[in-house]
Design a protein around this ligand. Structure first.
Ligand code: OAD
Length: 235
């Protein structure tokens, strides 16, 4: 008899590090080369939309080419094989590596690189191509209103209406490769624990919200997560 009925995994940039993608806060990380205020705030976008579009356009080819690693694949396997539980993935990552690994039930709370949202009609356009201030919304045909569908600092997270419910229901909460400093995602472990979940952290180091984790598994997620999933599937 399997132990868990609702498993939730929160992922951060660390899960994609072994796919060759930069994390945010490491040396030479994404925020090291750019000021957050210039590329990841709504004010920056209104002030200089060309610059902000260019920043995300530049990221697209690398994210398009990136391949899932053994940690993404382990989560996909968990979803397929742990068939007595609903397994949901909440990701802070704007890459699409969970999708590429074949996962489903993915909640992109910080948005996703291959989408733009029209600030006129609020509908989504999917595109791996460049989006800029001339781009015409395919839905309302207005130009100059597309914004990268990335959550900027100060904006509300996406899909929180669903995420809140799954956090309350979960009985196993895994946090993989996130520094736990950006809220509200950093508080998800607290919610899950409050509602009775067992909580496990996978990281290279101890993080700032470690107090809420029952177990810490230190090491590269590409090694530790497949081993953990193997064990879950065997028990
Ligand atoms: P960070 O760069 O803050 O943290 C990455 C974490 O991954 C660190 O704690 C590393 O120790 C860990 N790590 C690195 N390589 C790893 C590996 N191979 N295996 C396991 N752990 C590893 O990235 P996030 O926590 O994802 O938001 O950052 C959260 C948010 O901050 C991002 O989504 C972004 C940023 O501002 C937005 O853009 C809205």
């Amino acid at each position: 008899m399997r132990k868990y009925k609702n498993i939730v995994i929160l992922t951060g940039a660390g899960i994609s590090a072994e796919s060759g993608l930069s994390t945010f806060r490491a040396e030479n990380g994404l925020w090291n080369n750019h000021r957050v205020e210039d590329v990841a705030t709504y004010e920056a976008f209104i002030r200089n939309p060309e610059y902000v579009h260019a920043f995300y356009n530049e990221m697209k080819p690398e994210l398009y080419r990136a391949k899932p690693n053994s940690a993404h694949l382990a989560l996909s396997r968990l979803q397929q094989e742990y068939d007595t539980a609903k397994v949901d993935i909440i990701t802070q990552n704007i890459d699409t590596l969970h999708e590429k690994a074949g996962s489903r039930n993915i909640y992109h709370i910080h948005g996703v690189i291959n989408q733009a949202v029209c600030l006129n009609c609020y509908r989504i356009m999917e595109s791996w191509g460049d989006v800029d201030t001339q781009t015409i919304c395919p839905h309302c045909q207005i130009s100059g209103m597309m914004k990268p569908n990335i959550v900027f600092f100060g904006e509300d997270l996406l899909e929180m209406d669903k995420v809140d419910g799954i956090l309350r229901r979960c009985d196993l909460f895994l946090s993989v490769g996130t520094s736990g400093v950006v809220f509200p995602a950093a508080a998800f472990v607290q919610t899950a624990k409050y509602y009775g979940a067992e909580t496990v952290e996978f990281n290279l180091e101890t993080t700032s919200n470690n107090f809420y984790f029952d177990h810490h598994i230190q090491g590269k997620a590409g090694t530790t997560l497949p081993a953990f999933v193997d064990e879950l599937l065997q028990n």
